[in-house]
Ligand binder design. Structure first.
Ligand SMILES: Nc1nc2c(ncn2[C@@H]2O[C@H](COP(=O)(O)OP(=O)(O)O)[C@@H](O)[C@H]2O)c(=O)[nH]1
Ligand SMILES: [Mg+2]
Length: 287
C-alpha cells in the first residue's frame, strides 16, 4: 500500500497503521492536508438522547475541506435535538415518520458533495469515515455500502437479528442477483450527485430504504462503481425502536414487491418547505 501525495492516508481500514512514519516530514505534510471535498454525515434520529452525543464525538474532524454533521430528527420526544444543538451540529426536523423518510429528506438538504450515513446509536465505526471517503475518491467509485455481518463484534447482533439479516440478504440476492452480503446495513458513503438521476432515488419511507438504495446502486451505477466493504459493527447504546418481526416482514415484502415492480411511493422526494432547521433558527428549541 503506498501513501499518495494528494490525499492523506488515515490507515484505519485493513489495519494499515501509519504511526511508525510520523517522524517523516513528507508524511507529516501529507497528514496535514485535507481531502479536497465537502462532506455531510447524516444521522437519522428518533429518541437517541443516550447515544447521540458519543456518536457525534466519535466522528473524526478536520480531515476534509468542509464537514457538515446533521441529524434528521423524527420528532423526538426526549433531549435528542437539544443534545445535537449543544454539540454544535445541524438539526433538521422531519415530522413525517420513518427511517427512509428521514433519509429522503436528508439527502435533499445535505450541503456536502459527499454523503455518509450512520445510525445515531454508536453501532457503526465512525473512525473509518475518512478512509472510506478517500477510497471513494481514489478508486473513482460512486457508492460504498458497509457490510456489518463479517466483522460484527460480540453482542452487536442478537441471534435472531443475525438470522433475520442473513435471511433478508439471501432473499435480496435471490431476487436481484446483486451480490451484496449485508442488505440491511445503514452505513453508506457516496456522491450526492448520484441523485441527479431520478432512477437512483429510493422510494421507501421505512426501513426497506436500506436495501432499496443498494439495489438501485448496483442496478443504476453498476457493480464496478457501487461496492461493498466490511467494517466493524458494535453493540447499540440506548433502546432500539425496531420491531423485529414487523420490520423483518416489511423488508421481505418490499424485496419481492420491488422485484416485480409492485412497490409504491407514498411521499415526494426531499424536504417539506416548512420543516424547521437549525440553519434557519426555527426549531422549537431555538425559539
Ligand atoms: N428521523 C427518524 N429516525 C428514525 C426513525 N426510526 C428510526 N430512526 C433512527 O434510525 C436509526 C436506525 O434505527 P435503529 O433503531 O438503530 O434500527 P436498527 O439499526 O435496524 O436496529 C437510528 O439512529 C434511529 O434513531 C424515524 O421514524 N425517523
Ligand atoms: Mg441501529
Amino acid at each position: 500500500m503506498h501513501v499518495q501525495r494528494d490525499l492523506p492516508n488515515y490507515g484505519l481500514l485493513n489495519n494499515r497503521l501509519i504511526g511508525g512514519f510520523k517522524t517523516n516530514p513528507l508524511v507529516d505534510r501529507i497528514m496535514a492536508d485535507k481531502l479536497p471535498v465537502s462532506v455531510t454525515v447524516i444521522l437519522p434520529t428518533r429518541n437517541e438522547e443516550e447515544a447521540l452525543g458519543p456518536t457525534v464525538d466519535s466522528i473524526p474532524r478536520d480531515w476534509c475541506d468542509e464537514l457538515e454533521i446533521m441529524i434528521v430528527d423524527g420528532s423526538s420526544t426526549d433531549r435528542t435535538r437539544e443534545i445535537a444543538l449543544e454539540k454544535g451540529i445541524r438539526v433538521h426536523l422531519e415530522p413525517r415518520k420513518g427511517y427512509g423518510r428521514a433519509y429522503r429528506t436528508g439527502f435533499d438538504v445535505a450541503k456536502g458533495d459527499i454523503i455518509i450515513t450512520m445510525d445515531a446509536d454508536c453501532t457503526y465505526p465512525a473512525e473509518v469515515v475518512p478512509d472510506l471517503v478517500r477510497k471513494l475518491l481514489d478508486e473513482n467509485l460512486d457508492f460504498i455500502t458497509c457490510d456489518r455481518l463479517t466483522k460484527a463484534e460480540e453482542g452487536s447482533m442478537s441471534g435472531l437479528h443475525g438470522f433475520g439479516n442473513w435471511m433478508l440478504s439471501f432473499n435480496a440476492r435471490m431476487a436481484f442477483g446483486y451480490g451484496i452480503k449485508d442488505s440491511q446495513s445503514g452505513m453508506w458513503v457516496f456522491h450526492k450527485k448520484i441523485f441527479e438521476n431520478p432512477k437512483m432515488r429510493p422510494t421507501n419511507d421505512g426501513m426497506p430504504l436500506s436495501e432499496e438504495i443498494k439495489i438501485l446502486a448496483r442496478k443504476v451505477l453498476g457493480k464496478k462503481k457501487a461496492i461493498e466493504v466490511s467494517v466493524p459493527y458494535r453493540p447499540r447504546v440506548g433502546d432500539a425502536e425496531i420491531h423485529t418481526w414487523g420490520d423483518g416482514w416489511k423488508n421481505l415484502r418490499f424485496i419481492w414487491a420491488k422485484r416485480f415492480g409492485l412497490h409504491r411511493t407514498r411521499s415526494e422526494w426531499g424536504a417539506l418547505e416548512d420543516n424547521p432547521d437549525s440553519l434557519n433558527g426555527d426549531l422549537p428549541e431555538q425559539k
